[in-house]
Structure formats: C-alpha cells, structure tokens
Design a binder for this molecule. Structure first.
Ligand SMILES: [Zn+2]
Ligand SMILES: [Zn+2]
Ligand SMILES: [Zn+2]
Length: 243
C-alpha cells in the first residue's frame, strides 16, 4: 500500500525519516547504457522522475498483482522518445493478467490515443538482456506463483511465502539478496522478518536487503534488531552488482 499508508497515523507513517517513505516495490538495473526495470509499480512515474530515468529498454515482471503492474501506462514517454516498443518479459500467467488489466495495450484496436507500445516475451527459462543473464527463480506467493530473478551475484525475490528447494539452489553464493520481508506478523502471501532471516541464514548471501516492507517496520528501530549484514532496503538505495 506504500508508506505512509493512506489514512494511517502510526509512528512509521508519521516518521520524518526519509527512509520510512516507501513507494511500491520495483528495482532498476543500469548496465552499459541500458536500463532494465523490474515491475511497473503504481509509483513508476514518480520513481522514474526521482531516478532521472532517460531511457527504458525492457521491463521484467515478477507477477501480476496491482502493486507491481499498474504503472505500465507511464512507459509511453519512452516509446515516443525512443521511437519503439519496450519489450516486456513475464511468465505466461502474468501476461494473462496484463492482457486483462491493460486490454487496450494488447488488443491492437485502432485508437486516437497514445498507448504503451510493447512487445511480448514469455519467460520459459533463463534469458539474456543487453549482456545480462537473468535466471528466473520460481517461488510460491500464497496459492499463486511469483518469479524472482538472479543476475550475476545478486538476486531479487519479492512477494513470496515459500521458496522451493529447487529454487534455493539458484540462490547460493550471492553477494546481494533482495527479498520480501513484509512485517513480523505472519501473512499468508508474504515472508515475515523472521522467515526471511531464516532463509538468509540458510542461503548465506554476503548481504541481504529486506523489501516490500509495510508500516509495521520503522527503518531505524528494525535495523537495530537485525544482524549487521541484513538491512532494510529503502527508496533510492543504489549499489553495484558483479555480473
Ligand atoms: Zn501506519
Ligand atoms: Zn503480490
Ligand atoms: Zn506486492
């Protein structure tokens, strides 16, 4: 829902720490002049302005929930500036949702409006984009499925409740592991702080970054309770990744 959460006046929603201001989840990978976005959150336009994003070369989707897709319409300026479509990469079930939620993007009907220009690339295994190899990491998101992605020595795995053993094998020897940790209280669709700490302990990345954090977790107080190599991520966080 983002933090501050609308109509909430809890300590985290009213915090003045900029790291307690959380837009919806997304990451950007910049490599050799190309920008690859993972998920188009409802806050995509604001996030792109904040990151001074002048090019968008591809979008990869984790899954089709509203907080990960609703910014798709805002890719239009990149279509116009780059005079071309933006390739979308997603699992077939995620494209089913995108086609339903954004029928006007995919139905090829004549229109006087500017609509997002996209090309469809269904993910069915590892794929390479602009020299970066992406390994999909399938996981459970309650009764649904989600894809995490490994790129070099880093991986991004948001919105999961359980990681199958076969996927854990793809998450060994990481420098940076960015993973869902919604809150302390159990949730049927999301990993909690304690569950994510257990996964970090098992997979032993050099650093772990918790994301998809709700307003239960204040930045400073939560970090004080975490091991030194595990930190809450925050909006605008940047780091380099070895490919
Ligand atoms: Zn709140
Ligand atoms: Zn989700
Ligand atoms: Zn989500």
């Amino acid at each position: 829902m983002g933090v501050p959460t609308l109509a909430c006046h809890c300590a985290v929603c009213e915090s003045t720490d900029p790291r307690d201001k959380r837009t919806r989840p997304s990451i950007l990978l910049a490599h050799a002049g190309h920008n690859i976005l993972i998920d188009t959150a409802p806050d995509f336009r604001f996030q792109a302005m904040r990151a001074h994003l002048d090019r968008l070369d591809a979008v990869i989707y984790t899954h089709g929930h509203a907080d990960h897709i609703l910014g798709l319409d805002d890719i239009r300026p990149y279509n116009l500036k780059q005079k071309g479509v933006v390739p979308l990469y997603a699992a077939p079930e995620t494209f089913d949702i995108l086609r339903r939620q954004f029928a006007y993007v995919f139905d090829n009907k004549p229109t006087e409006s500017t609509i997002p220009g996209v090309s469809v690339h269904e993910i069915d295994g590892p794929f390479t984009l602009f020299g970066i190899e992406f390994t999909p990491i399938p996981a459970h998101h309650g009764p649904q499925s989600v894809l995490g992605f490994r790129f070099g020595k880093a991986a991004y795995l948001t919105d999961f409740s359980r990681v199958p053993e076969s996927s854990k094998e793809l998450l060994r020897d990481l420098d940076d592991f960015i993973l869902d940790a919604l809150r302390y209280v159990p949730h049927p669709m999301h990993s909690t702080v304690d569950q994510s700490l257990a996964l970090v302990e098992e997979l032993k990345p050099r650093r772990a970054w918790f994301t998809h954090i709700c307003h239960d977790l204040g930045h400073t107080v939560t970090n004080e309770r975490l091991p030194a190599h595990v930190r809450l991520a925050y909006d605008g966080l940047q780091f380099e990744v070895a490919l």
